[in-house]
Design a protein around this ligand. Structure first.
Ligand code: LMR
Length: 396
């Protein structure tokens, strides 16, 4: 059976992890996978997580199956975090949320659910989008098409083209939007652009699927949910996939959530039953530990306040890194304006250099980034930024 297989290249993002780990250069810089790092290049466990885990260790008294929906308490708190406690769709009982194995698990559940609503449905994703979106949706049987999004020349969103494309989308199609901190470009819709996109989607009657993997890494937890909340107030049907990997630093615990919004509570219950069947057929039920940690934090005023503070520290550090890199490149007199990096949001930006220059940075300087020149800004620190800026200047 296996003889028919042809080997595949390593994942364009995760493959960098191995290459970086094997590199013996003491000056190596990891700007590959989107994980938060502190000044010394370490991805710490948040203090609020440590405290929640200690509490959990004390109180947990069973490891019995949790069921396909996951933890009810986690699901409630996650929908409140995303939509806001008083969102009309929440108050009307139109939202159902399930716990999932990470944001990727949430996306796979959403894709499988869409496939059950309309087999082979077309899903529109931004050009460019997270490298795993296409494979993930196609594996679930969906047809993937792209709408214009990022203009590599002007380093801005091709908003008119995006809107013109969305105006042609079929009523039966799905449109994937990034809630905030667009991965890979860092170029986010502003509120007025969100409002226009929402009007188009609502008037076309197609279904939005919003991917929110970085809530709190852009401008703040509530600010980053603007598009999610405004969209949910306008449409009958919507899906939201959220991740706790980055904002709670729970990467390896694999915890996220998938929410559906239906026309009314009865339709929401029917839709949930279909989603639960899909879950049972994929992984049966989600892991419990990450959800327990998150619900302990979000369910305690004190731990939640500590979490928001720690999240702000991560956000501020990343924004600080953006500004410092731009300054250093400017000070080196590079013949190019990198100012856009300071204006973009979240974990990523494109450096805007060629694949050949990316490869030289890796081969000659041990600086790792995705071939598209996407850099994970959290990998920059005061100890490597001079070397990084100088190396970029040299390959330019
Ligand atoms: C990334 O884009 O680097 C992260 O979302 C990690 C991943 O799984 O790709």
């Amino acid at each position: 059976m296996f003889e028919t297989l042809k080997g595949l290249p390593a994942d364009p993002i995760l493959g960098l992890l191995t290459q970086y780990r094997e590199d013996q250069n003491p000056n190596k810089v990891d700007l590959g996978v989107g994980v938060y790092k502190d000044e010394v290049g370490h991805t710490p466990i948040l203090n609020c997580v440590k405290r929640a885990e200690a509490l959990r260790l004390e109180s947990e008294d069973t490891k019995v199956y949790i069921g396909p929906t996951g933890s009810a308490q986690f699901n409630t708190l996650m929908s409140e975090l995303a939509f806001g406690k008083d969102h009309p769709a929440l108050l009307a009982g139109r939202i159902r949320t399930v716990s999932t194995p990470g944001g990727t698990g949430a996306l796979r559940v959403a894709a499988d659910f869409i496939q059950r609503c309309k087999p082979g449905a077309t899903i529109w994703v931004s050009d460019p989008t997270w490298a795993n979106h296409t494979g993930l949706f196609e594996t679930a049987g969906l047809t993937v098409k792209t709408y214009p999004y990022y203009d590599y020349d002007s380093k801005s969103i091709k908003f008119d083209e995006m809107l013109a494309c969305l105006k042609q989308v079929d009523e039966q199609d799905v449109v994937l939007l990034h809630a905030c901190c667009h991965n890979p470009s860092g170029a986010d819709l502003n509120q007025s652009q969100w409002d226009q996109v929402i009007d188009v989607i609502a008037s076309r009657g197609c279904m939005p699927l919003i991917d929110m993997a970085y809530q709190g890494f852009g401008d703040g937890v509530d600010q980053d949910a603007y598009g999610v909340r405004a969209m949910a107030a306008k449409v009958d049907n919507m899906l939201l996939c959220a991740s706790c990997s980055k904002n709670f630093g729970l990467y390896r615990e694999r915890i996220g959530s998938c929410s559906l919004i239906a026309r009314d509570a009865a339709q929401a219950d029917i839709s949930l039953s279909v989603m639960l069947y899909a879950i049972r057929c994929i992984y049966s039920m989600p892991p419990a530990h990450g959800a327990a940690v998150v619900e302990t934090i979000l369910g305690s005023d004190e731990l939640k306040a500590q979490w928001l503070e720690e999240l702000k520290v991560m956000r501020d550090r990343i924004n600080g890194n953006r500004a410092v890199l731009v300054e250093k490149l400017h000070a080196l007199g590079v013949n190019r304006n990198f100012g856009f990096i300071a204006d973009e949001k979240g974990m990523f930006s494109f450096l805007g250099i060629s694949a050949e220059q990316v490869s030289r940075l890796k081969q000659d300087y041990s600086i790792y980034m995705v071939d598209s020149s996407r850099i994970s800004i959290a990998g920059i620190s005061s100890t490597n930024v001079d070397y990084l800026a100088k190396s970029i200047a040299e390959v330019l």
